[in-house]
Design a protein around this ligand. Structure first.
Ligand code: FPP
Length: 241
């Protein structure tokens, strides 16, 4: 009798695509610890998964992909881990620009840039500018990002403009994601089931998908399985049953 190679099983069928897919890439540290490697090795492996995911989402035809790369809370991690992550971010957000250009991808950095020095801020905005005329997928990298802070800065911006009464639209237009559709699917890898201050305002009607797979192991089959499950969900937006 012939055995079945389970790894060659057909990938889940993707029928309905989210317009805006957001991902909490969790589990790099545990991936490294499981292999007795330093945590930075997990982030390096995670960045390879990030590259493959960007490519897969672009091929699938997703319009907006947002990844949670570094939270405002992550600044509190050990200095050498933060330095390691920043080195990786620089490599992928600055040096990776030609590759993103080839793929016709736009880039947006979402987050509180005041944590970065002048030179880093310029490097980030230069990368965004180089890619702003592309017409393919928009890749948003949430970097030094916190959802509550984002809402706070939007309210403060409106106060500074002299607005007396805010509307939902006005707030949306003052979020880092202004002009982009809200995420309709948020994936979190790494087994935890929480949203960790990610896209709090924008995810009001998002579907959540939690995967036990650690981020470096989250391959295209895992991504397709998440999108396929999303495609089978009935989205009601609080309306009909
Ligand atoms: C979560 O793992 C990941 C991070 C805190 C950030 C770093 C993400 C990457 C390097 C992926 C690549 C992204 C880009 C934009 C190049 P964790 O350290 O919280 O894992 P743990 O929960 O297992 O400790």
């Amino acid at each position: 009798m012939f055995g079945i190679n389970r790894r060659k099983k057909a990938a889940a069928e993707v029928t309905v695509l989210p317009q805006h897919l957001a991902i909490i890439m969790d589990g790099n540290g545990r991936w490294a610890t499981n292999r007795a490697l330093p945590r930075t090795a997990g982030h390096k492996a995670g960045s390879e998964t990030f590259v493959k995911t960007v490519d897969a989402c672009n091929r699938l035809g997703i319009k907006v992909l947002t990844v949670y790369a570094f939270s405002t809370e992550n600044w509190g991690r050990a200095e050498d881990e933060v330095a390691g992550i920043m080195k990786i971010m620089h490599a992928y957000i600055v040096k990776y620009v030609p590759k993103l250009m080839e793929q016709n991808i736009r880039l947006r950095i979402l987050g509180d840039m005041s944590y970065f020095d002048e030179e880093s801020r310029k490097a980030l905005t230069d990368s965004e500018k180089k890619l702003e005329n592309n017409s393919g997928m928009t890749l948003c990298v949430a970097l030094s990002y916190g959802g509550r802070n984002e809402i706070k800065q939007a309210v403060n911006a409106l106060i500074a403009e002299g607005v007396k009464e805010v509307t939902v639209d006005m707030l949306s237009q003052h979020m880092y994601t202004a002009g982009l559709p809200d995420p309709d699917l948020v994936i979190r890898t790494g087994g935890e089931k929480r949203i960790s201050n990610f896209l709090l305002w924008q995810s009001a009607y998002a579907e959540y998908y939690f995967s036990d797979t650690l981020w470096p192991d989250f391959d295209e089959d895992c991504l397709r399985a998440a999108i396929a499950e999303f495609g089978g969900r009935k989205r009601r937006f609080g309306k009909e049953k």
